[in-house]
Design a protein around this ligand. Sequence first.
Ligand code: ADP
Ligand code: MG
Length: 366
Amino acid sequence: MTEIRIVNLQKEFKDLIAVRDLTITFPSGEVTCLLGPSGCGKTTLMRMIAGLEEPTRGDIYFDDLKVTNMAPSKRNIGMVFQYPVVYRGLNVFRNIELPLIEDKLPQNERKERIREVADIMGIQDDLEKDITQLDNSTRQKVAVAREVARRPKIILFDEPITNVDVDSKDQLKEALKRLTRQLKQTIVYVTHDQTEAMTLADRIALMRDGAILQRDTPRELYNHPNDVFGGWFLGNPGMSFIDLEIVEKNGSKFIEKGFFVQPVRLTGQIKDSKITLGIRPEQIKVTDQPGANSNQAKVVRKALIVGGQVLVTLSMANRVFKAKLPAAQGFPKAEIVYVEFPMNKVTLFGGDGKRANIQMSVVPNA
Ligand code: ADP
Ligand code: MG
């Protein structure tokens, strides 16, 4: 079990700051997915952990051992890249076996480890095949198996599914899920694909412009992003954001009328005269009938999306936003619908795009 601790790590390529004063701990024995758009510095961070890239400043520790300037071969890390690294001219068994021979493991131990990992990755029937006979997905499984069989303390994956044919992506994802559930190692798994991160991660570290914005469980990150970026980047589509005015009445601050049926008072650190309400499209309640807590909205657009859900674009009090209706509900029957924003599903953001430390409470008859 090894924890990876990164302290004030920075990497500059001439004028470009690829990793920016980054401090984070990847907990021992957990799967952390490093999720962020292309170019945000994920690979650079991985390469520094592996020792393939030298930091401009800052430090990396494996438990209490400082490894910042340690040679890659001394770090006891396994790494799987975007493109499968395999040895041509050798069969699958030998591909996995080679590093085990280098580690001077006895033959029966090698056999046992190979059989075990081949089972998890679903390549037990491919062991005798030549590597050149295999498709990209199976080759990647072999590359994964080889790294895992060595039992390094830490395993780094850098977008291992990205370059696999569409048909076999899911199959490889399944195999990786099986694998990461079983491994006791510390795993950092880089991806730009949110569903991959949601499926595999114990925790997701959301990255943008060389910095980590938030590290949380997939659920928490999805429901309560610390930053509008997280709301926007996760979800399909991302959060609906609605800018609302803050109005003062009798010395208290309220959300402008029209979105919540009852007056909603705001307390906490209110710095601006506006606030941004964020909510996941599927958490907005849309019905054909008026309800005690709903307001009227107009349907601007509607479309059927994945899983038979309906995505509607709604207009209410001059704001346009998207809501997702369950498949069972189907399309709205009329152009006018009734909308409720369940308050416990709402996240409030300030003018700086950060989650605001502001609480909402319903004050009837205020
Ligand atoms: P990601 O893996 O998130 O897509 P990278 O870590 O590959 O991002 O890249 C982060 C930034 O650093 C990008 O702007 C990229 O162009 C730049 N970069 C990465 N490697 C180098 C390099 N060797 N030389 C110069 N710039 C680089
Ligand atoms: Mg990358």
